[in-house]
Design a protein. Structure first.
Length: 273
């Protein structure tokens, strides 16, 4: 793990700018989501919004990925490829936005509710959201990577869910993926010791059933083997002396994820936790 880079103040500033762009795009995605649109509609929106900022969508052509965003519905764990698939009332969908601006990357995702979610959909989504919060709370100089994974695993499994092993968080900066790997399971006191200036993502994928996944024939789309629902949330963070800064922190709640429109569309109702 000696090749994990410590970012300079200038580099963190660059990552922060890209991260805030990604966060703002994700906010706008929440505003446009509704039953009846396709995942290609989401892709086109993210692509256009990113280009409008003078930035570039990192997923596009990354190792051959054909789209500008990942859209993962229901049993899709991650890396869902946008298509003509129509999103329907009751679906949950993770939208994963990564923005490149002036050579720096910012990466964030959230799971959204389409219409009225089932109790199971609400459960796995809110457990995943809480897992990310608990993982972030472990980040500080001197802590270990295993502390993050342990906090996430302890909570998810305590709630009767499972944490995906096959995919991890990752270092980020001038590259999309760089060391360290951030596992969302593990033992406290194990793994790399964190130092101020490290930048990485935390992005727990939580399944309602087994943690086993399989990748479909498109070589990207990962789904739960047992067909159970899966949810994910992701932030990019930088380690500080006293904790961490969430570089992809949003200035307002996410519509259709953290808040919901009322029936008359005039007010917002906080998501039940």
């Amino acid at each position: 793990m000696s090749n994990v880079s410590i970012k300079t103040v200038k580099e963190v500033s660059g990552i922060r700018t890209a991260s805030q762009m990604a966060a703002d795009t994700l906010l706008k995605v929440g505003e446009m989501l509704r039953a009846g649109i396709t995942t290609d509609d989401i892709n086109q929106f993210v692509h256009d919004d990113t280009i409008r900022r003078g930035a570039w969508p990192a997923p596009l052509n990354y190792h051959g990925f054909p789209k500008s965003v990942c859209t993962s519905i229901n049993e899709v764990v991650c890396h869902g490829i946008p298509s003509g698939r129509v999103i329907e009332d009751g679906d949950i969908i993770n939208v994963d936005v990564t923005t490149i601006f002036e050579g720096f990357y910012g990466d964030t995702s959230a799971t959204f509710y389409i219409g009225k979610p089932s109790p199971d959909a609400r459960r796995v989504t809110e457990i995943s959201r809480k897992c990310l919060e608990l993982g972030i709370a472990e980040v500080r100089e001197g802590a270990r990577l295993g502390d993050i994974g342990a906090a996430i695993q302890e909570y998810a499994e305590g709630q009767g869910c499972s944490v995906v092993r096959a995919f991890v968080g990752h270092g980020i900066g001038r590259q999309f993926h760089e060391p360290p790997q951030v596992h969302h399971y593990g033992k406290r006191g194990s793994g790399l010791r964190l130092k101020a200036g490290m930048v990485f993502t935390i992005e727990p994928m939580v399944n309602l059933g087994s943690y086993d996944v399989e990748v479909l024939a498109d070589k990207w789309t990962a789904v739960t083997v047992d067909g159970s629902l899966s949810a994910q949330f992701e932030h990019t963070v930088v380690v500080t002396k006293t904790g961490c800064e969430v570089l992809t922190k949003r200035p307002r709640p996410l519509l259709h994820s953290e808040v919901f429109p009322s029936q008359d569309g005039a007010s917002l109702i906080a998501a039940a936790r």
